[in-house]
Design a protein around this ligand. Structure first.
Ligand code: NAP
Length: 492
């Protein structure tokens, strides 16, 4: 196939869909703009406003490529992942710049994300080669009983804008190494990073149709890439409402892996290192402007240390340098979209009515801010678990401080949430550390660490409405999602 051009990155370039190995513009002739949330005059690119027919073409291409790809030797599949990783690493600076321009995070975080995506490809190139079935002892000396792990077929990968290349990488790499073919739809708010990943895999030699990249608004093409029976699995990361809608619409034979919202608590015990607690709160709650699914949004603080913790947190938060991800020394970037800005300001207004507003939550103005979606971080105190700002996911730089009077009180309040993605405790007590791991209702448990961040090689996912209770992402479990088991009884 003809590899897509990497010349003339970004600016006002028009980016095609990548279907059946070809660069294809939607026959609809419609495009949508991808703009820089720190500077709305900066147009990152135009993307295809695809139609149902484009989506069907992508699904058909993936279906046509499956029979051959599943029989492609696994070492060849692994070599393609490794070459794609080389490609990403060689272009890390360019892709990082594009990530910053399309969704706002700092250049440093963006570069880390590109390199992490390359590592993810390499991890699955190795780990995928040792995913095996089992052999079962039995009484018949002339029979062998074993399981085969086989690919599912066509899988859909649908991703959000906050980690626009690493989330696609951690879904697509395990799908490909296990022999599945993929239809990939990135967020309409940050599609360029996903394009770069698809491009890297194609330049690396991925056969036509094995990965099909398609852009377009969920409202127009969502059902076409989730509901056709040929789609055997959907790996989705995004809001709980969208994930639940997809699950309701698909047949029970479609396997789903939904990584959804969170309302992540951090507990500060009275024996905590308060400087550490403040650092973890600010880092977990405000880096990425609070737009991480595992971001800290509720801080449950013991009564004895609440005043001191709050004073130190306020001092830290007031000193945070806010600006474009392209400026050196910035610590918090813009919100990623106009909709995000509107949502955060709405929740700040709600917070001001229901709790005590200590700081921030204002739209920033001035030369450095007028062109983008900048807000100051907001801190509320006297929050109770019943309040809206303690219950609903805000997905912005808003921290709610909730006072607690015992470990049991902290656990009860932390668990009084419909979400269960990530949770942390700051304490010096081995007993509290030990108990927390078992008492907390959360898929990710952190002790003296931020609620954010997870390893490539360890399972990741949530409990309750934060994830489907099926297969975890990342690590070895990320491979299991994309395979099905056959049990073979083989006589002579
Ligand atoms: P979103 O609005 O739900 O969108 C996520 C992706 O799903 C986008 O590509 C979107 O397309 C698509 N989509 C939405 N509805 C769909 C439907 N009915 N059918 C098919 N596709 C559909 O979420 P977001 O605003 O991008 O991301 C923020 C959310 O993601 C937060 O709730 C956050 O907690 C969650 N998140 C979770 C994790 C995790 O691992 N648990 C990680 C990161 C983010 P369009 O862009 O075209 O609308």
């Amino acid at each position: 196939m003809r590899p897509p051009s990497t010349e003339g990155a970004a600016d006002t370039e028009e980016f095609p869909n990548l279907i059946a190995g070809e660069r294809i513009s939607s026959p609809s002739g419609r495009l949508f703009a991808n703009i820089n949330p720190a500077d709305n005059s900066d147009l990152v690119g135009h993307f295809q406003q695809s139609t149902a027919a484009d989506a069907q073409a992508a699904v058909n291409a993936a279906a046509a490529a499956f029979a051959r790809w599943r029989r492609t030797p696994i070492t060849k599949r692994a070599a393609i992942l490794n070459r794609a990783a080389d490609h990403l690493e060689a272009r890390a600076d360019q892709i990082a710049l594009e990530i910053t321009r399309e969704m706002g995070k700092s250049l440093g975080l963006a570069r880390d994300e590109v390199l992490r995506s390359a590592q993810t490809l390499r991890f699955y190139a190795v780990e995928g080669q040792s995913l095996t079935g089992e052999v079962f002892p039995n009484d018949d000396a002339d029979m062998t009983v074993y399981t085969l792990r086989e690919p599912l077929g066509v899988v859909s990968v649908i991703t959000p804008w906050n980690f626009p290349i690493s989330i696609p990488a951690r879904k697509i790499a395990p799908a490909l190494i296990t022999g599945n073919t993929v239809v990939f739809k990135p967020s309409s708010d940050a599609p360029l990073s996903g394009y770069r990943l698809a491009e890297a895999l194609m330049v690396a030699g991925l056969p036509k149709g094995v990965l099909n990249f398609i852009t377009g608004k969920a409202g127009e093409i969502g059902p076409d890439i989730t509901e056709p029976p040929v789609i055997r699995a959907i790996s989705f990361t995004g809001s709980t409402s969208a994930g639940e809608q997809i699950c309701r619409a698909v047949s029970f034979v479609t396997r789903t892996q939904m990584e959804l919202g969170g309302k992540n608590p951090l507990i500060v015990m009275d024996d905590a290192d308060l400087d550490l607690a403040v650092d973890l709160t600010a880092k977990g709650g405000l880096s990425l402007a609070g737009q991480a699914c595992t971001g800290t949004s509720r801080v449950l603080v013991m009564k004895q240390v609440r005043a001191e913790f709050t004073a130190r947190l306020l001092a830290k938060v007031k000193a945070i340098k806010i600006g474009s991800g392209l400026t050196s020394g910035m610590e918090m970037g813009p919100l990623a979209t106009a909709k995000q800005l509107e949502t955060v300001l709405r929740y700040v207004a709600i917070g001001k009515r229901e709790a005590t507003h200590l700081y921030g939550g204002d739209r920033l103005t001035g030369a450095a801010y007028d062109g983008g979606y900048f807000v100051s971080p907001a801190i509320f105190t006297d929050v109770t678990q019943e309040m809206t700002i303690a219950r609903e996911e805000i997905f912005g730089p808003v921290i709610a401080i909730i006072e607690v009077d015992s470990y049991a009180d902290a656990i009860a309040k932390a668990n009084a949430s419909e979400y269960g993605l990530s949770a942390a405790i700051v304490t010096r007590s081995p007993r509290a550390m030990h108990d927390f791991a078992s008492d907390i209702q959360s898929g990710t448990v952190k002790i003296n660490r931020t609620t954010t961040g997870n390893l490539i090689n360890a399972p990741f996912g949530g409990l309750k409405r934060s994830s489907t209770s099926t297969f975890r992402e990342s690590g070895r479990t990320g491979l299991e999602f994309y395979t099905q088991i056959k049990t073979v009884y083989r006589g002579i």
